[in-house]
Design a protein around this ligand. Sequence first.
Ligand SMILES: *Cc1c(COP(=O)(O)O)cnc(C)c1O
Length: 394
Amino acid sequence: MSDQNQYLKNSKLITAHYGEEYEHYYNAIVPPVFMNSLNVFETLDEYYEFDRRDKHKYCYGRVQNPTVRILEDKIRALEHGLGALAFASGMAAATTAVLSVCKAGSHVVCIHNAYGPLKDFLNGYCREHMNISVTYVEGDRLEEFEAAVREDTDLVILESPSSVIFSLQDIRGVAEIAGKCGAKVYIDNTYCTSVYQQPLDLGADIVMHTTSKYIGGHSDVIGGMLAVKDPGLMERLLAYRELFGGIPGPMEAWLMIRGLRTMEVRIAKHQETAMAVAKFLENHPRVRKVNYPGLPSHPQYELMKRQQSGNTGLLSFEIDGTAEQAAQLAQSLEIFKIGVSWGGFESLVFLPHARQTPENCRVLRGDRNIIRIHCGLEGEENLISDLESAFEKL
Ligand SMILES: *Cc1c(COP(=O)(O)O)cnc(C)c1O
């Protein structure tokens, strides 16, 4: 592309064309999978003096790969960042971010509803091996962050909306509070994707995605991304990714590039379907509560309108019934399959709190009967009729 700047303002052009250099691969409209583990050099000087940030110079596949690089350029542009890095999973991205920002003895502030395995990493590895301490907050009110941050706070971990109860955090407000004590703000942006929310513009420092969800979009790839705006942090993340070895394979990167091309049209459909399903559930006599940030009844609807330009296909609800009845409902569904993960073409159902203790349910603000569904691309009328039949069997 001769002038890529014009592309930078438009997410559709970014996913379709940005970062691609057709002239370097025989004008193929789709870039090749650079399935090589190393690149060779004419001279030793050329090897020792090359700059790892140069888009046209590569040495070894654990450091960088041209297919991976195209994916990173697109995510950087979508997130309005200075740099982005791809990883072999969302958790590889998340743990690399934590280990790059925190040091032994760091204090971290994290929301209770952050992704479970990330909390396991903080509570387990980080506490045991690095003496890192964590203060958990619900995260709905800025005063909680004011009270939780300290002089030694290095990192604040957000996920907005969170992916079980769909609570939001005021990203701009948290960034201001964290900025006063020099802490970095990390946010999991997987739910909104880079199309419906740009947290770096709101003051966040690190945006994380698991590309296993909407970016991949077809339930056939595991991957992660980080996007940042600070050059020093970008340098550190690049260096640590190389040392930790978390770069994805070129084939996975290629699948993520392919997923990205249709992401915007897919999530628009996921949103439309989820909205129809959410309204159906909200009006159902056996449903006590629906958690979907796109519903005007969502308690943080105003905040949602301020910081997001859309919502996607995941939502949850609590039935007027026991956890056993919720399980029965989930198992009566036919189109919605029981499974974790989300963001693919298929509809899924899961009871994320089915084995939680009552104490944890209280902390996580969702009862054992909370049902999470991902509204896939099978058509809203089919999904609603699937839910209707399952309710009738209750
Ligand atoms: C799935 C998920 C992750 C973890 O991503 P992996 O690619 O499975 O490592 C992180 N955050 C959220 C919100 C997720 O749903």
